[in-house]
Write a protein that binds this ligand. Structure first.
Ligand SMILES: [Zn+2]
Length: 276
């Protein structure tokens, strides 16, 4: 006699099916485990969730390694207050044309007075490119390298290259040259001692030779980069302009720092009133 199949109460499909033995008898047959529709659906949802978690892990891992200041990760298009719509548009255009930008070694240079948001916009691009790259993963097992996007100031990079304790020191120069995108924050603020000159030159040169795009932020104007006061700077800046000069973005306007300071003062005053 054929025993009953076990039926899923939700989708009414069998999830345990009685199977006969070789002679067609059910007595020594066995029960075959089947996947009903709702169970398959659950497995799909689980896989999707795991993929989302995996992508998040990859993003965190890249930021932990490649973002040399934790604040860089907060500068995203979602956090943009929209006060510079033209610049936002330019940045989005850069991200949307990333394949072509990358293939043609087209970087960008954000220049203007300090505190206007140059670092913010450069990081918006970097974060978006990192997320787009990682979101293109379709399988959970695909491993994403943690060195795809690097953001740092030159003194930090020079420091890490010289540091004995930095864990991936041996790979750092390779990562600086080969990462999909390198952002150098605050170019021109560093003091170029003879030692720094050599180190900075090798960083910039390695990047240029790799043919991969570089984005810089700087308080210097394009003409100051073209004709710097000191000849030692020219050697470095001319290579930077070669990589980024095609996409100069002037970021001007009120200093965001003043705005932030005013807000903080307001908060502070409120707290003082409350504590009275
Ligand atoms: Zn079911």
């Amino acid at each position: 006699m054929k025993p009953c199949d076990m039926i899923c109460p939700i989708c009414n499909e069998p999830w345990l099916k009685a199977m006969p033995d070789r002679t067609g008898e059910f007595e020594v047959g066995y029960l075959k485990r089947l996947k009903c529709s709702c169970e398959s659906k659950r497995a799909q949802v689980y896989d999707k969730m795991q993929l989302v978690i995996h992508r998040q892990d990859c993003i965190i891992e890249n930021r932990r390694y490649g973002f040399f200041d934790p604040s860089y990760m907060q500068h995203t298009f979602t956090a943009d207050d929209g006060k510079n719509p033209e610049i936002t548009q330019k940045c989005l255009a850069y991200v949307n044309n990333w394949e072509a930008m990358s293939a043609n070694n087209m970087g960008a240079i954000f220049y203007g007075p300090s505190g206007t948001g140059k670092t913010f916009f450069a990081c918006c691009i970097a974060n978006a490119i990192l997320e787009n790259k990682i979101n293109s993963f379709t399988r959970r097992g695909d491993m994403f390298p943690c060195n795809e996007v690097i953001i740092a100031t030159l003194p930090t990079l020079v420091d890490k290259l010289a540091s004995k304790t930095f864990s991936r020191k041996g790979d750092l120069l390779k990562d600086i040259s080969m990462s999909a995108l390198l952002v150098i924050d605050d170019l021109g603020a560093e003091r170029l001692t003879p030692y720094m000159q050599g180190e900075v030159f090798s960083i910039i040169n390695a990047r240029l030779l790799s043919g991969k795009p570089l984005i810089v932020t700087t308080n210097l104007t394009p003409s100051e980069l073209k004709e710097p006061a000191f000849r030692v700077h020219a050697r470095i800046y001319h290579k930077v302009l070669e990589m980024c000069g095609n996409f100069p973005v002037l970021v001007s306007g009120e200093s965001r720092w003043l705005e932030i300071a005013a807000k903080k003062r307001e908060e502070f005053d409120k707290l003082l009133v409350l504590s009275k």
